[in-house]
Ligand binder design. Sequence first.
Ligand SMILES: C[S@@+](CC[C@H](N)C(=O)[O-])C[C@H]1O[C@@H](n2cnc3c(N)ncnc32)[C@H](O)[C@@H]1O
Length: 284
Amino acid sequence: MSVHNPPLRDTAWRGWQLGGSTAQAYERFLVPAVFAPWGRELVRLADPAPDARVLDVACGTGVLARIAAERLNPDARVTGVDINPDMIAVARAVAPERAEPIRFTVGDACALDLPGGEFDTVLCQQALQFLADREAALAEMRRVLVPGGRLALSVLRPLRYNPAYGAFAEALARHVGPDAGAMMRAPFPELDTDDLRGLLRGAGFDPVTVRISVTSARYPSVRELVRQETLSSPLAARIQEVDEAARADLVAETGRLLADHTDDEGVVLPVQTHLALAERPLMG
Ligand SMILES: C[S@@+](CC[C@H](N)C(=O)[O-])C[C@H]1O[C@@H](n2cnc3c(N)ncnc32)[C@H](O)[C@@H]1O
């Protein structure tokens, strides 16, 4: 699968200054380029029934909740929780109108403020790697599911399986700073397939299946890759602190390191991620 990020039309988002919040940049750039296509795959895997009650944990700007809502009856309950109030504000602003509006609330995945046994499906896309206590968060996801309910979760594979992002992190470390390189490496945790399976089993899920998914993220140019990835994340502050010459060097070096990934349509980064499907047992 490869995805095109649509061209940018309005002037507010040209250049390296934020035309709004980081959360708005995330919704504008990263959601169409990566999180919506990945989200469709994850929701397909979860395969919620039309009347399922669905919870999107660490929902960001709510893309997974929206994709799930498209498949559900208009009165099925969909809830999204995220710790970042800016993400929740954007999620509320872009939520579709439906008979039962999607509920977006600010909350911590490690201590969900929700009753147990309330959801048929829990979704969690690319957030486990950022959670302070992964075991507690998975135990919470299990707790809020009904017995027999299903969790579908995705988390990127380690950087050795995603070397294009490792190259980008290297360029960021050199031209913006070691902390910027570390920020680009953070989404790729040292969790192998057995580790993830073990975490899910340890949280009481059974059965558990983990799939390796190979996809790609496409950008119209190396400059757009650098600009969109940095403005849509905690890197936004760092990229705006450095001068124009450092940003030009960053784009040039990223281009050199990703020369093998550049074609007539821009640059394409292969991505490997884990997709897990796990069930709360009927008993226990
Ligand atoms: C890469 S984003 C993914 C967002 C969303 N799942 C998506 O697919 O677009 C990671 C999200 O995890 C959220 N997050 C980090 N720690 C959290 C926590 N303890 N509880 C809830 N959300 C958290 C962040 O605010 C961010 O929105």
